[in-house]
Structure formats: C-alpha cells, structure tokens
Design a protein around this ligand. Sequence first.
Ligand SMILES: *[C@@H]1O[C@H](CO)[C@@H](O)[C@H](O)[C@H]1NC(C)=O
Ligand SMILES: *[C@@H]1O[C@H](CO)[C@@H](O)[C@H](O)[C@H]1NC(C)=O
Ligand SMILES: *[C@@H]1O[C@H](CO)[C@@H](O)[C@H](O)[C@H]1NC(C)=O
Length: 237
Amino acid sequence: MLSTTLLTVLLALTSPSQAVDKTVNGPLVASAITAATRLDRAALFSANESVFDFTTHPYHTFSPGGVVNANRATFPPVTGNGMTMAMLYLGPCAMLPAHFHPRASNYVVSVVGTTETYMVEENGAPTVKATLNEGSMTIFPRGSVHMMENPSCTPNTLVSALNAEDTGTTNLATTLFNAFPDELVFPNLGYAIDNATLGRIQHDMPGVGTGAIWGRRECLVRCGIKTNGTSGGAPGY
Ligand SMILES: *[C@@H]1O[C@H](CO)[C@@H](O)[C@H](O)[C@H]1NC(C)=O
Ligand SMILES: *[C@@H]1O[C@H](CO)[C@@H](O)[C@H](O)[C@H]1NC(C)=O
Ligand SMILES: *[C@@H]1O[C@H](CO)[C@@H](O)[C@H](O)[C@H]1NC(C)=O
C-alpha cells in the first residue's frame, strides 16, 4: 500500500503543472449567451455533447487531489443555466488552501470520507468549523474565505454546487505574496519577515495547480506519504 502511495506521489510530481480552468470553446459560449431564444440556443449544441465526465478530467486525482469544475469554461452547456457543479477529490492528507469565490455561494456535500472545513465570512466574523461526515453538507457563502482538509489516510470525495456559471476562485496566499509589490507585502505582515524569507515563500509556495495541495505534516507522517517538498508538501514529507 505504501508503494502504491509512493507511485501516485511520483506520478503527481511528473505531471505538468496545472493552472486555472481553460475555456474549451469561447465562441460557443458567447453564441449561447447571445442566442435570441432558448430554441436558437439549443441548436448550437450537439446531442452527443450533453454529458460532462468528471473522471476523465486531468484534475481528477487523489495525489494530492483536485477540483474538477463543470462550468462555462470547461462545459459550455452550463451556459444560461445559472450554476457550476464541481467534484472535489481529496487524497490522503490533501487540502484545499484558503480561497474564496467572488461570484458564487458554494454548497459542499461529503459523499466519501470525513472532511473538515473552516470558513470565515468577513473581518470580525467567527471561524466556522464543520465536520462533513458522509451525507452531510455545509455552506460557504459568496465571498467567504474557506479551507478544507482530508485528515485521513484514505481518499475523500465531495460534491460542490455553486450558484454561478463562472464563479471565479481567488487563493489568498498566492494572491497576497505574488500579486503585489514586495515593498507593500512587508507592511501587510508587520515587517515580520525579511526579503530572503519572502523570496523563499514565493519560491516554495504551491501554485494554484489542480486546486488541492498536501496538508498538515502530522497527517503526512502518520500516513507515510513522502511529498519530497514539491507540489506543496511539507519539505521532506
Ligand atoms: C458530436 O457530433 C459532432 C457531429 O457529428 C462531431 O463533430 C463531434 O466531434 C461529436 N462530439 C463528441 C464529443 O463526440
Ligand atoms: C530581495 O530578494 C529578491 C529575491 O527574492 C532579490 O531578487 C532582490 O534583489 C532582493 N532585494 C533586496 C533589496 O535585497
Ligand atoms: C525530489 O524530486 C526531485 C524531482 O523528481 C528529484 O530530482 C530529487 O532528487 C528529489 N529529492 C529527494 C530528496 O528525494
């Protein structure tokens, strides 16, 4: 079992780094948005293109995990229907880093495993912790910052529904540390880190990738997962 884990980790290390959802057919979505009638819109889509298969998407991975969205970018038939459906795959010790969706509220249901979630709505609001056992749900309101983790050594799967076709996702750490001038990042942190440390953070921080990263060090040790310090793992674990 350990060797299977190591193999999947190695496969993850060799896969190309992924980024945000790529728009598969922009002109088709644009035509669907501007179609004069629903009937005109229907004529744009082939009958054989009405199924989205989450399991064949490259972000369908449990090492560490991934978020597969059926949205306007990945699946044009959502256009005009008002929502995104996503599947969340969290391998052993995987987590979704702190992020928010600027244009959608998010309902998340656990279908396999127990997932721990954390959510903050705004400055001054409490941190809401929820334990999602199989068959239970929590809500991340639009704009709320949230994280979730699989603290177990077996894979978790969740269904995630969002009330927009183009929700957007903003990761907090990558945005704070990469999107602004360094000189303005330091005061955000009370000048508690020096320039070399900031450079190390920017270098070592996992990218947006598949949406998931390796989680807490204690879990990685307990489950015998070696991330090799890449793809967002605690160095050496
Ligand atoms: C659906 O059918 C059209 C027309 O026959 C074809 O061009 C297209 O590749 C098919 N798409 C899929 C996903 O099979
Ligand atoms: C800060 O660190 C970066 C590398 O992260 C380096 O390119 C830059 O020269 C450093 N600036 C100063 C003032 O030391
Ligand atoms: C970590 O993985 C990289 C890329 O596969 C490899 O070059 C490096 O030797 C590995 N380091 C350790 C300590 O295993």
